[in-house]
Design a protein around this ligand. Structure first.
Ligand code: SF4
Length: 297
């Protein structure tokens, strides 16, 4: 069996930064450190940091008075920061700068009609909707746009981790109905590059394994993109999460991984599959680095 490895795959700059923030904070301030929401959506990463003393909280109210809290890469609403201040917490912000950019757009356009294309209940959407009044259009359940005047100068933002193609479809639908709509392109470089690589992979293999966690939006989108190109796809963090029958008789298997998936999980799959040959598909992405918060530099 030959293996086809998608490039790029795995950690994006926002995830590298978020993990480094937790590790540096542990070094500087000691344990425990509290993390509001999973720092990134990958259970291996979260468990690894937990062993080092980073405790994940579902709600900022769970943090003890005077502790140190890190806000996750997905972004959080302003009210969470207010609660943290009222509890005298030391706040470290690991929100990805590309999510902060969307927050800044929301604040800039506050007062206009804003439509956020996003998945209701996702942490990033919770964070962005806290920045300004907006209507959330979730393409998994909505198919009717909100009713505004046809010449309304509304603004369209999006969650950073959606499918590029699905989001473009919704944006075009909005543009057709509202000719003055300002469409921002908020899907991030890492998500769009990984989806492009998966499309290439889908042409070559019988099965694509997307390595990552089921609560990772960008991983689920990679699986959906593969399936939309007619290729069977599975999402898992490790081989033991997949029935072995899925691999029998396959000559070509593709592997990719989400922006929050560490490369060790890819190595584990390669060791399990023992391919006769490994082919690299796609091209490396430009090296992007985000600076750390000043207090951790
Ligand atoms: S996927 Fe994109 S927006 Fe999300 S953390 Fe990575 S770089 Fe930032």
């Amino acid at each position: 069996m030959e293996l086809f490895l998608a490039t790029p795959r795995g950690f994006c700059a926002g995830v590298v930064r978020a993990i480094e923030i937790v590790e540096r904070a542990l070094d500087l301030y000691g344990t425990p450190i509290y993390v509001k929401h999973e720092i990134v959506h990958n259970k291996y990463v979260v468990n690894d940091l937990a062993k080092k003393g980073a405790i994940t909280l579902k709600d900022i109210n769970e943090a003890p008075i005077g502790g140190t809290v890190i806000f996750s890469a997905h972004g959080s609403p302003p009210k969470d920061y207010e609660i943290a201040k009222s509890k005298n917490l030391k706040i470290i912000d690991a929100t990805c700068p590309l999510v902060t950019k969307v927050h800044n757009e929301a604040k800039k356009y506050n007062g206009k009609k804003i439509i956020l294309i996003g998945h209701k209940g996702h942490q990033e959407v919770i964070g962005t909707t806290g920045q300004a009044d907006m209507y959330v259009y979730d393409d998994r359940e909505d198919n009717i746009l909100p009713k505004y005047d046809s010449d309304e100068e509304l603004v369209v933002l999006s969650q950073t981790t959606l499918s590029v193609e699905d989001t473009n479809k919704v944006a075009n639908q909005i543009k057709n109905q509202y000719k003055n709509a300002i469409i921002r392109n908020d899907i991030c470089y890492a998500v769009s590059n990984r989806q492009n690589a998966v499309k290439e992979l889908a042409e070559l293999v019988d099965l694509i394994i997307v390595i990552g966690s089921v609560n990772s939006s960008n991983c689920v989108r990679l699986k959906e993109v593969a399936e939309s190109y007619g290729t069977k796809a599975l999402l898992a963090n490790s081989p033991d999460e997949i029935e072995e029958d899925n691999f029998y008789g396959l000559l070509n298997i593709g592997i990719t991984s989400g922006a929050s998936t560490p490369e060790i999980l890819v190595d584990n799959f390669i060791n399990f599959l023992k391919p006769s040959k490994i082919n690299i598909i796609g091209t490396d992405e430009r090296d992007i680095n985000f600076t750390l918060p000043v207090e951790l530099q």
